[in-house]
Design a protein around this ligand. Structure first.
Ligand SMILES: Cc1cc2nc3c(=O)[nH]c(=O)nc-3n(C[C@H](O)[C@H](O)[C@H](O)COP(=O)(O)OP(=O)(O)OC[C@H]3O[C@@H](n4cnc5c(N)ncnc54)[C@H](O)[C@@H]3O)c2cc1C
Length: 395
């Protein structure tokens, strides 16, 4: 086996999954993560499809089941909190043959991290500043000042990937903006203990709440914006102000939820964009997860697909005995057409993701009742059908 020493940037979903499989396949992965610890709280994700198969092969399904939030239904409400339509989560899980969870993204990351081999070196609170590569190795300088050598470097550092920027250049070349922004945070107040996901819409704006397993309340927003909004990624106060400007005085519980935003420690605000790249690799460096193929929240599958990409990348490195040229090429050949199909489905869904008019809201509330009529549910399930991928077993 050649090229065994591999640096992974990012301890998110893709990075930890990749480290798990690389170690299992005889490599020696190191993870570098810019955050001081794994992120807590945050938003919930639906977890199904091919990522479920990868999770089963990692033997982590039991832990994911424990983290499942057991959401009963998604309820659409009006400004008086009156029910206007609903979607049963239990029935959705049934449609997926029971192979689905709803859990916090942070809990998914925590579960995978908890299953990592204890020998794997994980460096928190640091990140890559420079990458120099030649035919034989990659020299990496960390922000902390350390310089280290690795055989390969893999960017698993998300939508705004640092490795992608260092190797391929500015994000704008690869970003496809879909006209939405999203935000979330968790509040402590135990005002809502039900296992429902409540969602309030006015045209172009959506606010939602659901409770976590430890009885905290996650608040989740999406709003449309024709143009990209200028703000600094580290300027949380500016991002909170944007959210206030959009959601203040629009009714329902919004003012109360915004008033509790000041003291939260897991505030998240970002653009809803996809990443599309011609090539994911350059020499001894490649990318995985949102860093190279972000399908966005519109796909409802970004995490599970990040796990699948990581599994295939590790598997192809193993199959090629560490020959990175062969492995990186095969990884892209196998996975890119599949993820592009997912990106296309998400892109088509973008127009109707948040209703743009009162009629659109009424239509959504009405259509949701038809969801479980067989041909409608067949269509829905087909969007998430990952069987075409034919996931190899790399043993
Ligand atoms: C609101 C919302 C809802 C979503 N809903 C779903 C859903 O229902 N189902 C689903 O499957 N997916 C969903 N997704 C998508 C999913 O969260 C992502 O696709 C997934 O997390 C991608 O995994 P990743 O590992 O590529 O990136 P991430 O999970 O973002 O991890 C990247 C990691 O890299 C770290 N990092 C960043 N920069 C650096 C740096 N310079 N140096 C070192 N480390 C760095 C970050 O701190 C982070 O730990 C949703 C996303 C959002 C925003």
């Amino acid at each position: 086996m050649e090229n065994k020493n591999i640096l992974i940037s990012g301890a998110g979903i893709a990075g930890t999954t990749l480290a798990f499989w690389l170690k299992k396949f005889g490599f020696n992965p190191t993870i570098i993560e810019q955050a001081p610890t794994l992120r807590e709280g945050g938003y919930a994700i639906d977890f199904w499809g091919a990522g479920y198969t990868v999770a089963a092969r990692m033997n982590i399904l039991e832990d994911l089941k424990q983290a499942d939030m057991k959401i009963s239904e998604l309820i659409f409400v009006d400004e008086n909190d009156k029910r206007k339509g609903a979607l049963s989560y239990a029935k959705m899980v049934e449609l997926m043959n029971g192979e689905a969870f709803t859990l916090l993204r942070s809990d998914l990351a925590k579960v995978i991290y908890g299953h990592l081999d204890k020998d794997i070196e994980v460096i928190f609170n640091d990140s890559i500043q420079e990458i120099y590569q030649d035919e034989t190795e990659v020299k990496v300088q960390f922000k902390s000042g350390q310089t280290r050598k690795f055989d390969l470097v893999i960017g698993a550092d998300g939508l705004h990937s640092n490795v992608r920027k260092l190797i391929f250049g500015n994000e704008q070349q690869f970003e496809q903006f879909y006209g939405y922004y999203t935000a979330s945070y968790t509040i402590d107040k135990q005002q809502y203990k039900n296992k429902e996901f409540k969602m309030y819409n006015i045209p172009n704006k959506q606010a939602a709440i659901y409770s976590t397993n430890d009885n905290k309340l996650t608040v989740f927003y999406i709003f449309t914006s024709n143009e990209k909004i200028a703000y600094a990624h580290h300027d949380i106060e500016a991002q909170k102000q944007i959210l206030r400007d959009v959601f203040e005085n629009i009714g329902w519980k919004c003012n109360d939820l915004l008033a509790q935003m000041d003291d939260v420690n897991d505030f998240y605000f970002d653009v809803v964009s996809q990443i599309k790249m011609e090539n994911w690799s350059n020499g001894r460096v490649t990318l995985v997860g949102d860093a190279c193929d972000c399908p966005s929240l519109l796909s409802g599958q970004g995490s599970t697909l990040a796990m699948v990409g990581a599994y295939i990348l590790a598997g192809e490195l193993k199959t090629a005995n560490g020959n990175y040229k062969t492995a990186f090429e095969n990884y892209q050949t196998i996975f890119k057409p599949f993820i592009e199909r997912k990106q296309k489905i998400a892109q088509d869904f973008a127009k109707s993701f948040v209703p743009k008019s009162k009629f659109g809201i009424w239509l959504r509330n009405t259509m949701v009742k038809l969801m479980f009529i067989p041909f409608v549910s067949d269509y829905f399930i087909n969007q998430f059908n990952d069987s075409k991928l034919n996931l190899k077993t790399y043993n």
